[in-house]
Design a protein around this ligand. Structure first.
Ligand code: PEP
Ligand code: MN
Length: 376
């Protein structure tokens, strides 16, 4: 299934004067006129930045924290743009934000992760955008729910906004990890599969929460063919009022970009394409074989299920499962496959086998729902 979005390509709404792909950079928050304007000048000087971002209204988890400088910041953005020529981008979360930002001549708007989760908020923003020709970027929702992201993009697109992009900023997760927000790349790939023409911009700052990991995530995003990066940059990150740990100086940003390897999604060289084609053919054949073998395996699982049913044996025998896991993981590791990958793969296959055998045991009763793996 493909989404029915009416989209204009990125180059119709932003001049990629800087690097290819697009780079949007600027402080997490506009704090003072000097901080914003001075940061903008340094960013413009790198020659790599296509637009200046700055949070004017900040969604904060706890009240009493700095909630953004408010409307006065829009005047500073105007000055930064007049002096540097950089188009400007801000987050909007209410109809009033949209109206004020547009009145102040902001060039690009974005919907934040905490707004995307709420269809009422997104609809309010969409209604305020009706009849306006302005580019809008929609961040993924805080929680890993592709439908909410898609729904927000649809609401904005239905309001007539065709200069549309998604921002991948990672997802909140209960488990502790090296990242502030888990990238969960498969969700961004899921969106790309549903809407191949929708530009996706990666936000490594909010994914990592850590300036040392920004280069790593940026490279990965580019390797997955994302069309741009939004990176927080502050003239002096150590004293930033918000998100200090993840901001980089304009000079550090420039280094991060210089160290990226910019690959192309397609090549024109016939010899390179032929080789790729041949390797892809090999992959196709192996995938066909894997599916055939999985189907064969499942037929045997069914036979075992029937046998267990006839002999009143439980579906799960923990010892047997443990033996399978240990043996296979050992074998896989010897063949240079990662143990973690092999374990996940076996667990997925095992859970499907259990589902199948449960169905056989309970034939004639209501079908078992597919259950989610605890490890998936
Ligand atoms: C931001 O970009 O500063 C921001 C608040 O991000 P997010 O909505 O991704 O948390
Ligand atoms: Mn931020």
């Amino acid at each position: 299934m493909k989404l029915n979005l009416n989209i204009q390509p990125l180059n119709t709404w932003i001049n990629k004067a800087g690097i290819e792909p697009l780079l949007i950079a600027g402080p997490c928050s506009a704090e003072t006129e000097d901080q914003l304007v001075a940061t903008a000048h340094l960013l413009a000087k790198t020659g790599k930045v296509s637009a200046l971002r700055a949070g004017i209204w900040k969604p904060r988890t706890r009240p009493g924290e700095f909630e953004g400088i408010g409307s006065i910041g829009l005047e500073w953005l105007k000055r930064a743009k007049a002096e540097t020529g950089l188009p400007t981008a801000v987050e909007v979360a209410t109809a009033k934000h949209v109206e004020e930002a547009l009145a102040a001549g902001v060039d690009i708007l974005w919907v934040g992760a905490r707004s995307t989760v709420n269809p009422f908020t997104v609809q309010e923003i969409a209604d305020a955008l009706r009849g306006v020709d302005v580019p809008v970027m929609v961040k993924n929702p805080v929680n890993p729910d592709l439908s909410l992201w898609v729904g927000a993009l649809e609401r904005i697109n239905n309001a007539g906004i065709t200069k549309l992009a998604a921002i991948h900023r990672g997802f909140s997760s209960y488990e502790k990890s090296a990242f502030r927000n888990e990238p969960m790349w498969d969700l961004a790939i899921g969106l790309k599969t549903l809407a191949p023409h929708l530009p996706i911009i990666n936000d490594p700052s909010h994914i990592t929460g850590n300036r040392d990991l920004i280069g790593y995530i940026s490279q990965k995003a580019l390797d997955l063919d994302m069309q741009g990066l939004m990176i927080e940059s502050h003239i002096d990150p150590t004293v930033a009022w918000t998100d200090a740990k993840q901001q980089v100086t304009p000079a550090a940003l420039s280094d991060i970009i210089d160290n990226l390897h910019l690959r192309k999604p397609e090549v024109r060289d016939a010899a390179v394409n032929d080789k790729l084609h041949e390797l892809r053919n090999q992959i196709d054949k192996i995938d066909d074989l894997l599916i055939q073998k999985m189907a064969e395996r499942m037929q045997i699982v069914e036979k075992i299920g029937n046998y267990k049913k006839d002999n009143d044996i439980t579906i799960l025998q923990v010892n047997r499962w443990d033996e399978i896991l240990q043996k296979r993981i050992g074998y896989a590791k010897a063949l240079k496959l990662s143990g973690e990958f092999t374990e996940k793969f076996l667990e997925l296959m095992h859970s499907e086998s259990i589902r199948k055998q449960t169905e056989i045991m309970n034939e004639g009763q209501e079908a078992a729902p597919a259950e989610k793996l605890t490890h998936a």
